[in-house]
Design a protein around this ligand. Structure first.
Ligand code: ATP
Length: 370
């Protein structure tokens, strides 16, 4: 097609892509729609304007024909997250600092979005978590650190309700999850979603169908709207044009990017990431790290990241919890961790210095010629 010819399939830039037939969403219309959807008062407009301005950099690499759809979709998420954070802050269910004695409570004046209080978990006789307590406040990022097998992934699975703790209290989205039915837990999982190490994509359907899945589940979006948001989200996470591929065609890093796009399609308040930078090259690792950082600041996402990568933790974490022998050996800010003289923690950090990617590895002993 010649450059000047109009593509009949190209969305009309003067039409609202989320609500075709409407003129392009004016600020007032968008304010009303988001207010209707999330029950926010009409005077939230200034917040919404700020939100859209914040979100702009997130969609800067998205094609102009897709950007408005993604921007509006993400603005809804960001605004809902602000409201959610406020609701958690007001929630009287939060039972204070029980089980977190000795931790840093510098910013704990709002209730945590997710917390463990004295959590224990065993598999048969094998005790994984003996008495673990930590929290993450709304909009903050917690990194879970520790050697292999200390229960980092088990902790994430407890938060998602896939595993049940033997004792202790777990708050997710500000509410205690112990007594919830599976159906209630599914509602919690709409707010708090997880990006697995493997991506955990559905292998038999395309990348686009994977990302469209949560959008179709909502039941209130038309197919053409869904396609716009899917393509836009894939561009946003750096895997443009992959919608017709099967997950098996993708590299590990690309699968994780698609898994993040699918998680975002559910408009979550919190995302749990299990080893997002493991087994990808340093460039892909940096891209994923930057994406997670942008999602945190621009969407006000609460995040928990299980990682072995200290540089990643340094960039992202508001707080860290260091698990060791079934306990939260350290819980506090990155700065407090660096200042700690705990020998076990110091040894862990020293080991990390030795194997940090990008730094020269310690010289291997030269083998003697036989
Ligand atoms: N469903 C399960 N049944 C029995 N044991 C389990 C189960 N899930 C995890 N475990 C055990 O719990 C321990 C902690 O596992 P987990 O996956 O949380 O470790 P991790 O800290 O994430 O380690 P890594 O960094 O190697 O991924 C391991 O010994 C694991 O074998």
């Amino acid at each position: 097609m010649a450059a000047h010819e109009e593509d009949p399939n190209r969305p009309d830039p003067h039409q609202d892509p989320m609500h075709p037939g409407d003129p392009l969403t004016s600020d007032a219309q968008l304010e009303k729609r988001v207010a209707d959807t999330h029950g926010l008062p009409g005077d939230e407009m200034t917040a919404l304007e700020r939100m859209e301005a914040e979100i702009e950099p997130l969609v800067e690499n998205v094609s102009p024909d897709l950007a408005p759809a993604v921007e509006e979709f993400m603005a809804e998420t960001a605004l809902a997250n602000e409201a959610e954070s406020a609701a958690v802050a007001d929630d009287s269910q939060f039972s204070g600092t029980a089980g977190l004695e000795g931790a840093s409570f510098a910013t704990a004046e709002v209730g945590p979005y997710i917390s463990f209080q004295h959590v224990c978990k065993s598999f048969g006789d094998f005790v994984v978590l003996k008495d673990v307590s930590f929290f993450v406040n709304p909009g903050e990022t917690l990194c879970i650190l520790g050697r292999s097998g200390v229960g980092k992934s088990v902790s994430l699975q407890i938060i998602m309700g896939f595993l049940k703790p033997d004792s202790g209290t777990v708050l997710v989205a500000g509410q205690e999850i112990a007594g919830l039915t599976e159906r209630e837990m599914q509602q919690v999982r709409q707010k708090v979603t997880m990006v697995f190490q493997s991506g955990a994509l559905f292998d038999s359907i395309t990348v686009g169908e994977n990302v469209a899945f949560p959008l179709r589940e909502r039941g209130d979006m038309r197919e053409d709207q869904i396609l716009l948001v899917v393509r836009g989200l894939l561009e946003m996470v750096g895997v443009a044009g992959m919608e017709d591929h099967l997950p098996s065609d993708l590299s590990t890093g690309m699968k994780r990017s698609v898994a993040i796009a699918r998680a975002l399609a559910a408009q979550p308040s919190a995302v749990l990431y299990d080893e997002p930078t493991t087994m990808v090259d340093p460039l892909m690792g940096n891209l994923l790290c930057e994406l997670i950082q942008r999602l945190k600041t621009q969407l006000h996402l609460t995040s928990i990241v299980v990682t072995h990568d200290m540089r990643f933790a340094e960039k992202l974490a508001d707080r860290v919890v260091f698990l060791h022998e079934g306990r939260a050996r350290f819980f506090g800010t990155m700065e407090e961790m660096r200042a700690s003289d705990d020998p076990i923690l110091c040894e862990f950090l020293a080991m990390d210095e030795l194997v940090l990617p990008g730094r020269p590895m310690p010289e291997a002993p030269v083998e003697k010629a036989l």
